[in-house]
Design a protein. Structure first.
Length: 124
């Protein structure tokens, strides 16, 4: 499984990746989290039990689409890409998620907190 969360602004781009960290004795019990801020990269192994809130939110993401709106020039845009076992889904939004996508903001907030904790830097 891999989860990729991206934040874009005029000033910077942040990518946070969360993926299975396999070892022979404990598959899928730990995940690697990498945070890329410009050319800097931070990484940490995280026990799966600490990520259960993110996994639960992801399980409940709605599948309906939302109004695409107009092209946005200022502010922050977000992307969430999920992939596991040959399937994938992608979500993109600007500033705040569309109607019915409120859990995406909770996921974004959780990823920003995770990225800040790993990098030691405030993220957007």
């Amino acid at each position: 499984m891999e989860i990729v969360f991206k934040m874009h602004s005029q000033a910077s781009e942040v990518t946070i990746r969360l993926y299975d960290y396999y070892s022979l004795s404990t598959p899928s019990e730990r995940f690697m989290c990498s945070v890329e801020i410009g050319e800097q990269n931070y990484r940490r192994v995280i026990p799966a039990v600490e990520l259960q809130d993110i996994f639960q939110l992801i399980r409940n993401i709605p599948l309906e689409s939302t109004d695409a709106g107009i092209i946005k020039l200022d502010g922050v845009s977000y992307e969430l890409h999920l992939s596991a076992e040959g399937t994938s889904a992608s979500y993109r939004w600007w500033q705040g998620p569309g109607k019915g996508w409120n859990d995406l903001q909770k996921i974004a907030d959780r990823f920003k907190a995770l990225g800040t904790a790993i990098s030691g830097r405030y993220l957007l």
